[in-house]
Design a protein around this ligand. Structure first.
Ligand code: HEM
Length: 232
């Protein structure tokens, strides 16, 4: 086996730490958003009035201090900025890692890191594609599965009906990818940011697994209930 360098991981330099910090902060913002979004989607179980009322309340949030729909626009701008930061930092880190990779780590450590990094990067690309599809479907209504409806509840119930099982499958892949991304993202951030104590690593790992499990179950419950005919 070729071991070219010290077994101790090299300390990351300032720019790498700043980039990872930017990824972590924007990543945490996304996690907060998806947790709230997941909570909102669960209102599907409270019936059409509750679900559509919730969607309408989001548009009226902060009124009259904000105009109708103002809160949603603030949220969109913050999410878009966070996405730009997240993707920019990801590309910059990938580029730095590629430049530095040849001599830095003992072989087996490198393999583990490469596997995780690859999973996170592919996951990120799948999620980007999903977000574009998702916005075309539920925000701009450019893609209409099963017809055109004013009610968000009806759009959900028609989209995940058994005859549109492929839509369900696409969402399942996206949500599994999301949970893996959250899991691996936390692992990856730990490698540079304050992961020096084993206890802290274990706590962050456990937290990441818990959030991933909540997201998987919470997001997939409403579409699964529709697919199986419990919600119509
Ligand atoms: C099973 C999974 C999901 C379902 C069923 C779902 C459903 C929906 C629905 C019905 C809307 C429109 C709400 C409205 O009209 O008020 C929406 C909007 C949205 N969703 Fe999802 N969603 C899911 C997962 C996700 C995930 C994983 C993300 C992010 C990674 C996401 C990001 C968004 C965004 C950014 C919007 C647009 C909000 C806006 O208009 O500003 N969704 N989703």
């Amino acid at each position: 086996m070729v071991t070219t360098t010290p077994t101790r991981p090299r300390r990351a330099n300032g720019t790498t730490v700043a980039l990872k910090g930017a990824m972590a902060i924007s990543g945490i913002l996304f996690v907060l958003f998806v947790l709230l979004h997941m909570y909102g989607n669960l209102k599907l179980f409270n019936g059409q009035a509750a679900f559509d009322g919730y969607a309408e309340a989001l548009r009226d949030f902060g009124y009259p201090y904000l105009p109708h729909g103002g809160f949603l626009w603030i949220q969109r701008i913050v999410l878009l900025l966070a996405l730009l930061v997240h993707v920019y930092a990801a590309v910059a880190l990938w580029y730095r890692a590629r430049r530095a990779r040849a001599t830095r780590y003992v072989i087996h450590k490198r393999l583990v890191q490469t596997y995780s990094a690859r999973t996170v990067r592919w996951g990120g690309l799948i999620l980007l594609a999903f977000i574009v599809f998702h916005l075309l479907q539920f925000t701009t209504h450019t893609i209409e599965v099963g017809g055109s409806f004013d009610s968000p509840y009806q759009r959900m119930v028609v989209a995940f009906a058994p005859e549109h099982w492929y839509v369900y499958l696409a969402y399942l892949v996206a949500i599994v990818t999301l949970t893996m991304h959250v899991r691996h993202g936390a692992w990856s951030a730990m490698q540079t940011l304050g992961a020096n104590s084993q206890r802290r690593q274990r706590a962050i790992n456990l937290g990441a697994y818990a959030v991933a499990a909540v997201l998987l179950i919470g997001f997939m419950l409403p579409p699964t209930a529709v697919l199986l005919g419990f919600v119509k």
